[in-house]
Design a protein. Structure first.
Length: 255
């Protein structure tokens, strides 16, 4: 695997006027971004990649992955949920899907809003300032919601590891080619995971995967037709998705 360059942008830092970010129950969005970025950097560097942390208005260096760190906010204290924004691009949706699966596996309790559900997410100004193959903005949750805020501030190291794992997997898969998941496989992975730990309950696939523990890999976890949109998946597709879910489940059980 070749070394890559990752740029982590601290949302709104260090602005004192204009778009300075939100404030919440445990601190400001800027302070959250600072603390999270400082934890992501060494974790990415351990993987053998260069990690550059920049402020909101700094020039973006040439890079392979660009990640902007943010928190959401609302006048409604009940509003909650994480979300991801990105421009059109082949790699962005898969990267976002993998991050959300890992974030949920790490224990994130707030659920997710749809990708690019606001114009601010879709049209983030920094996306036009970099040609990185991966360009994403993560809203980690609502700073103005107490449950979201408490989890985010209490789990900074966990969140940083989620970012590093997502970045590391993407860069590794990108170099290895055949290990990358197709968009259909990524969608199926999300459906399986949400069925296991989300509001949608379980089902045959979830039941089978819950039997998997660290070191065990199924050949075929279930009939692909049991998952919406999965009828066209081959046994090889099923194996690839099942291995990923087994890895995520092992990480969840170990945490």
């Amino acid at each position: 695997m070749m070394s890559a360059t990752v740029v982590v942008q601290m949302g709104h830092v260090p602005r004192t006027r204009g778009a300075t970010g939100t404030s919440g129950h445990r601190g400001t969005e800027q302070e959250f971004a600072r603390q999270l970025a400082s934890r992501i950097r060494p974790r990415v560097e351990v993987l053998g990649h260069r990690c550059i942390v920049i402020g909101a208005d700094d020039k973006i260096p040439d890079c392979d992955v660009f990640v902007a760190l943010h928190q959401d906010g609302s006048a409604n204290p009940a509003a909650r949920g994480a979300s991801v924004g990105y421009p059109s691009g082949e790699l962005n949706p898969g990267f976002a899907a993998d991050w959300k699966v890992r974030y949920a596996a790490a224990g994130w309790p707030g659920g997710f809003r749809p990708d690019n559900y606001t114009a601010a997410l879709r049209n983030y100004y920094a996306f036009k300032k970099t040609s990185a193959p991966v360009r994403v903005l993560m809203e980690h949750g609502f700073a103005t919601n107490k449950a979201d805020a408490d989890w985010m501030w209490d789990n900074l190291d966990v969140i940083a590891q989620v970012h590093a794992d997502t970045i590391g997997w993407h860069l590794g898969a990108d170099q290895q080619g055949d290990d990358a998941m197709t968009p259909q496989q990524e969608q199926w992975l999300r459906q399986i995971w949400e069925g296991m730990f989300g509001a949608t309950g379980g089902g045959p696939v979830a039941t089978r995967i819950q039997e998997i523990h660290e070191g065990v890999r199924p050949v075929v976890c279930a009939n692909p037709a049991q998952i919406p949109g999965g009828a066209a998946l081959t046994d090889a597709d099923v194996e690839r998705v099942a291995v990923r879910v087994a890895d995520l489940l092992a990480a969840r059980l170990a945490s």
